[in-house]
Design a protein around this ligand. Structure first.
Ligand code: PMP
Length: 396
């Protein structure tokens, strides 16, 4: 790997120069005035990036996406509660395992790899046996399938169940309007479309989710307890330092820089989150146009359920999984498959965060993938694929 290699896996991803600058320096104290300001501003901007209401509660805690999932499960379910999990792949499995470990009952609504269960099927399951919570992976990183988060959130709302979305591969990239859709917890980590290095567990909880925590009979483990963390978040938002467990200070500085960049971005007449969502949609469409020109098929079966933050691309006949390394040899790192049992049949290309504002990096990725495939005997025109992507980008 060289310094100018492009990191195009579905997280961690390339970060912007502003984020690199913000995280390049000695770590500040968690009680330093400038750091308190960074933390407070980050919390405020999270509400905007999540399209959440003013009375929702953002959390920034040192950790990973898995910790964020654990935090949602532990604060929203008591042992014995009932949860429905919309199953779209590897990370929905993880969610179901966590819920079972919490002692709650899980019903999984299944779909074949590459598909998402129909919302009507989820509705039928909820009608048969009411649930306390509905969990879904907004974009499952193992398949590139995106659920219909809006309809699922509204469905849960109608059934009086809290809705939890794992947005680790989606938040700040795929459209998500927490307040308008009535979603209750939207969890992520710093290393994907948020555009920072790995190490921050991030989420926003709705007022209803917070009320549910206050009624829990069995508190969650201390380190993920919203009750312990809320006073800390309140203090930082009031521009006062506080301590429960040390924040990842350097990363929070990066978060502030990244969220500011996300909110300042504009694309044509669009501003703020509308622009950011559109830039990811543009990237998703451009990459799909290129894959089609290269005569490649995707893992997601339905175009409307195909994510814009990553492409899960089937390896064509006559080519094997070593093509992933060959793409790397062209200076672009992509990832292999992740869905259990199908790992060697497809590869994954992340296109989220900073790179969606730099179309030339997307085209460079298309070329690297195309050239490696041609070396492996696949017949296709790399120039046509690059131009298909470019045309899509220009049409925005
Ligand atoms: N959920 C999804 C959808 C993910 O893509 C990932 C990470 N690839 C996780 C959860 C887990 O995040 P982390 O690796 O930061 O624990």
């Amino acid at each position: 790997m060289h310094d100018d290699d492009l990191l195009m896996i579905p997280g961690p991803v390339e970060v912007s120069p502003a984020v690199t600058r913000a995280t390049d320096g000695p770590p500040p104290s968690h009680l330093d005035d400038a750091f308190i300001e960074s933390f407070g501003r980050s919390l405020e901007m999270m509400r905007e990036v999540w399209c959440a209401s003013d009375d929702s509660q953002p959390f920034i805690v040192a950790g990973s996406g898995t910790l964020a999932m654990e935090m949602a499960v532990g604060n929203l379910l008591d042992p014995g509660d009932r949860a429905v999990v919309v199953h779209t792949g590897y990370f929905s499995d993880r969610m179901a395992t966590m819920i079972r470990r919490r002692g709650a009952e899980v019903t999984e609504v299944e779909a074949d790899p590459g598909a998402a269960p129909a919302v009507e099927e989820v509705e039928r399951v909820l009608d048969e046996q009411p649930a306390d919570a509905l969990f879904a992976t907004h974009v499952d990183t193992s398949t590139g399938v995106r659920v219909d988060a809006e309809r699922l959130a509204k469905l849960a709302d109608q059934r009086d169940a809290v809705s939890v979305f794992d947005g680790v591969c989606a938040t700040a990239g795929e459209e998500f309007r927490m307040a308008d859709w009535g979603a209750d917890a939207y969890v992520t980590a710093s290393q994907k479309a948020i555009g920072v290095a790995p190490g921050l567990c991030l989420m926003v909880a709705s007022p209803r989710a917070l009320r549910r925590r206050s009624k829990l009979e069995t508190p969650p483990p201390l380190n993920v307890d919203w009750k312990k963390w809320r006073p800390i978040m309140d203090a930082y938002e009031e521009r006062d330092g506080s301590y429960f467990s040390t924040p990842a200070t350097t990363l929070v500085q990066g978060l502030e820089a990244s969220l500011a960049e996300i909110l300042e971005y504009s694309l044509g007449a669009r501003n703020g989150m509308d622009a950011r969502f559109a830039a990811h949609e543009r990237a998703g469409k451009a990459m799909r146009a290129a894959w089609e020109a290269l005569d490649l098929e995707l893992v997601p079966e339905q175009p409307e359920r195909t994510s814009d933050t990553l492409s899960a691309v089937q390896i064509p006949e006559g080519v094997d999984a070593s093509v992933v390394d060959s793409i790397g040899a062209h200076g672009v790192t992509v990832a292999g498959g992740l869905y259990p049992g199908l790992e060697d049949t497809y590869f994954r290309v992340g296109h989220m965060g900073h790179v969606v504002t730099r179309p030339e990096l997307l085209v460079r990725t298309v070329r690297a993938v195309g050239e490696a495939l041609v070396e492996h005997g696949h017949e296709a025109s790399v120039a046509e694929a690059a131009s298909a992507a470019e045309q899509h980008i220009e049409s925005y």
